[in-house]
Design a protein around this ligand. Sequence first.
Ligand code: FAD
Length: 473
Amino acid sequence: MGKVTGFLEYDRQEQKYQLAGERVRHFREFTLPLDDNDLKKQAGRCMDCGIPFCHGPTGCPVNNQIPDWNDLVWQNDWEEAARNLHSTNNFPEFTGRICPAPCEEACTLNLENQPVAIKTIEQAIADKAWEMGWIKPEIVSFSTGKRVAVIGSGPAGLAAAQQLARAGHEVHVYEREAKPGGLLRYGIPDFKMEKYHIDRRVKQMEAEGVVFHCGVNVGVDKNFASLHNEYDAVLFAGGAEDPRNPNLPGQDLAGVHFAMPYLTQSNKRLGQEDVTGEPILAAGKHVVVIGGGDTASDCVGTAFRQGALSVTQLDIRPKPPEREDKLTVWPYWPTKMRTSSSQAEGAEREFQAATLGIEGKKGKVVGVQCARVDEKRQPIAGSEFILKADLVFLAIGFAGSVKEGLLDQSGVALDRRGNVVASDQDYKTTSEKVFVAGDMRRGQSLVVWAIREGRQAARAIDEYLTGSSNLPR
Ligand code: FAD
């Protein structure tokens, strides 16, 4: 291990953020990277742990060999660090930007609340690899003669497609939207991850032989049975975008929307794509966001950048405790999640607040009726209050995958939560030669889990098609 006493000599340092007042004026990423010397010191803080929990099952879903690449960065061998990182993660520049970093939560130095800045280092390795031209298409010179269809091009579909192409299969990705990327492109705003990161990976994959068919909604534009006949295996990676519906009184008033149409419109506008339906814009409005997760905080950040007059976020959970370093722990899991910076941009936050209904005048929303809740999340009598609102976003989670079209036609079994049934060992659905990965199997989750499932499902498909697989687990 490089610097045995590094953790005693150097304090934790993460990349910094542009100030809130500056970053809300644009939609671009706003992190300010550390220089190589500081990054080296941060990597040098990694201890030679007997058991490195950071890359165990709870630390890193893709099993990144974190201590190894920290050591390589400490030794200034960035190219080998990039190679090592790519051996377990197809898209480290995605996770380096938007993963909540359970690895840092698991880091031994987190006992002192000073974990190694793993996420900052991961992003730096991936960015340097692109900058230096080390990331190239990995084109295989053999073909198995087998054809695989991947339905959906979010992180699960992309990771699976890349692995399958590298195993010599002919891979076709079907995507109902105009461009690949799934929630990375149409859900997550640019200020968390700009879209060029996806575009250059798609180019790399095309050079590796993956064929993208965008604008094709399988089950609507293309019949599932005919697609099933054309391929030797099919992977469902369609995500879990069916919104959980609170069915609030007054929810049908003008100005009340689910979060995803809002975020999708905003992303499409920025990507200069056609926006369909009534435009949803926060400029000059009092905005209330109902919900406390990633989707809600992305609505908050987007509304500020569009010029909202005020943004209030309602969370039924209690106010999180403050960390010793005074950074509010947010959200609750993983407890040191560092991805959501939108609240710091000026949002009012109401905790332990239930939404009772939406108030309107002449068919339009004017306010949100709320009440404080007790420990059992039941409204406390007499605690009711009203928040002024011209625009309300419902962001209280997702209830599995959309059933119409693909899932109905394929007849695959679903569990009680509306996810496609398959084990995390073989990723096989109840339909012959149909596999499933990512949110469609595990429910709305994280990008890092989608990448893991895509990689593992690719291996399972490779084994199914050829009897064995050299793809990593
Ligand atoms: P998705 O990314 O949902 O991709 C599924 C794709 O399949 C979509 O492109 C869809 O159009 C396509 N599709 C579906 N059905 C069909 C069909 N029949 N035919 C053709 N195409 C089809 N996770 C993090 O780790 N960090 C974050 O900061 C974070 N922020 C988030 C913010 C928001 C607003 C949301 C909603 C989620 C966020 N997540 C975050 C979660 C993360 O984005 C998802 O867990 C991840 O994208 C799931 O990947 P996936 O490939 O399974 O599905």
